[in-house]
Write a protein that binds this ligand. Sequence first.
Ligand SMILES: [Zn+2]
Ligand SMILES: [Zn+2]
Length: 319
Amino acid sequence: MYLKCTGCSEYFSFPEHFLYYELNNTCRMPGGDMSVLDRIPLAEFDAYFAGLDILHTAVAIEYCWCFECNRPSYAEYLPDLRQFDIAAGLRKCRDSETSKGIEDNLLVLSDTEFQRLYNLRLHRRTACKCLTCGTGNYVRLDANIRLEHEKCWGSPIEFIGIIRSGSAAPIVKVSYDSEGRLARANMEFRIKDWRSNQAFIDVYGTAVNQDVLRNAAYALLRGQGPVALNCIKELLDKSHAQVLGMAGVIHATGYNMDIDGSLVLAYLKQAISLSDGIAAYNLGNFLRTGLPGMAANDKSSTYYLHLAKEMGVDFSQHR
Ligand SMILES: [Zn+2]
Ligand SMILES: [Zn+2]
């Protein structure tokens, strides 16, 4: 689905992200570490999934217009407990007359996911948030909402139907903590000629400067590299490992700016010298493909991925 201004024909598309909650702590990669699947014999798949809960709970979402992002976004869908109770009742008689014609996100979830979201709601202290900036300053989109395009003197913005097509958008997986704040992200980015790589961001496991790093990560989710840089600007020369690591990621992903491999290398090496294992993991990954300004180097790549493991960053191990 997307929105279109009736005045200037500008399109506003929704982000295409995969969104999860960090509820089970079995893995540090949003959405789970899919690479483990490559190493499991096909015959052992079922037993593996039954014994290990590697997939995170997906965030139930609703379409919204966010006034902070100033564009369409997704917000969490976590209605109050009464609605969960009603949904629980309807789920029991799913195929009967009573539940016919009732559509709700809570009715299509698996039992495990429903249970987990219920528990999340039960302990939740803060309101639902926009999933690309973290504010509550949004309005849920439905047919009655009137939106205006500020830039062209308040021309109405209209809904255009849902398009379900394969998309070439980079794959971005994001996870959120139990209060709905961004926790971790695994972001694909295009280098050139269809080559891509990915960068990992961990705000959840970071003790200092969490808000600054989170805001920078939100900006990257919106594809705004320069805004992300601006978030960390004041901390950049203070030798904080994770801030330097974030600077490396911002210059690597090159969202709405140029990729600068030499800066990436400089920032990540500094971060690594200050014991940021995630920086070592990212550098190891980047060296596999190389970046503009940073040549690919298999030997160095292996070295840094190995170093990352020694520093405790190992996505092949479940906690
Ligand atoms: Zn317009
Ligand atoms: Zn927003």
